[in-house]
Design a protein around this ligand. Structure first.
Ligand SMILES: [Zn+2]
Ligand SMILES: [Zn+2]
Length: 288
């Protein structure tokens, strides 16, 4: 598992690598622009080249981009569709520029329409964004928080992935969202069952990224409120099981939590995750 943090891009891409180092991240996630504004951040080819060169020789092995929260690929509203498409296309281009593994996307939410219509719209928009770009992948994240969201379970995510119908698509799982939607991420058996389900419905080769968030709410609450690792309902014991799942080996896994210091994902949390993973592996009788 390549453990790391979601880090800020404040001050430009050059600061991102500094923050990756500070947090001892083997993988990071960034927003390609301010997550609550439509205005895209303009990067030059030089910015991209400097980032790619700056990464070389560091411990940082994977970078992912998280799509801004404003988009809704499933929207029926024309203006929202247009803005979502432009924004997603921009994020995919930035991903290509910096050599990121892909863009993590929440597939959207339905308003008055049926799930089937919402899904159709989301897939159409995502396919269009892929057609406008070259290599970057869209990585669907499993969601939690409202019954209106697409992607609450792996049947639906599998359907979205299948209908998008390209190799440039993958899956991201979030421990908090899984816990909120009723999965047991706190025991070895529960995590094994979860991975079995992903394997049979989506395919393990599609599992490209993991978000490591503890949850402030009870299992099955369908609430999406992140807690720092060990400070929520999943707890240290739960993360020992989740982090040590052997089929997660090699996958980038980043925290998007408030962090142990309360200022966002930090070095202490990244190092705690590594320690809990080691302890979990030991308890399973696995070597480091
Ligand atoms: Zn997440
Ligand atoms: Zn969340």
């Amino acid at each position: 598992m390549l453990i790391g943090a979601h880090v800020s891009t404040a001050g430009g891409l050059e600061n991102v690598l500094e923050r990756a180092k500070e947090t001892t991240s083997d993988a990071i996630q960034i927003f390609n622009q301010s997550p609550r504004m439509w205005r895209p951040t303009k990067y030059s080819e030089d910015d991209f080249a400097a980032f790619r060169e700056g990464r070389e020789g560091t411990r940082l092995q994977e970078v992912m981009i998280h799509m801004i929260y404003l988009i809704n690929p499933a929207a029926g509203d024309r203006e929202m569709q247009k803005k979502s498409l432009e924004s997603l296309t921009h994020a995919l281009r930035v991903a290509e520029g910096i050599g990121a593994l892909g863009v993590v996307v929440h597939p959207g939410a339905l308003k008055q329409d049926s799930r089937a219509t919402a899904k159709k719209r989301a897939v159409k928009l995502l396919k269009e964004a892929l057609a406008r770009t070259d290599t970057a992948r869209i990585v669907y994240e499993n969601t939690a928080g409202s019954p209106q969201l697409l992607g609450l379970d792996f049947d639906e995510t599998a359907e979205l992935i299948e209908k998008t119908g390209t190799k440039r698509v993958g899956l991201c799982i979030d421990s908090c969202h899984l816990h909120a939607t009723g999965y047991d991420v706190r025991s070895n058996e529960g995590v094994a069952e979860l991975v079995d389900e992903i394997e049979s419905k989506v395919g393990l080769d599609k599992l490209l990224a993991i978000h490591l968030n503890d949850s402030r709410d009870a299992r099955g609450s369908n609430r999406d409120r992140h807690a720092a690792m060990g400070k929520g309902e999943i707890g240290r014991k739960g993360f020992r099981a989740f982090l040590s799942e052997p089929r997660f080996d090699g996958i980038p896994a980043v925290s998007e939590s408030p962090g142990l210091g309360g200022k966002g994902p930090d070095k202490a949390e990244v190092q705690l995750a590594r320690r809990l993973r080691r302890e979990g592996r030991k308890a399973r009788g696995l070597k480091d």
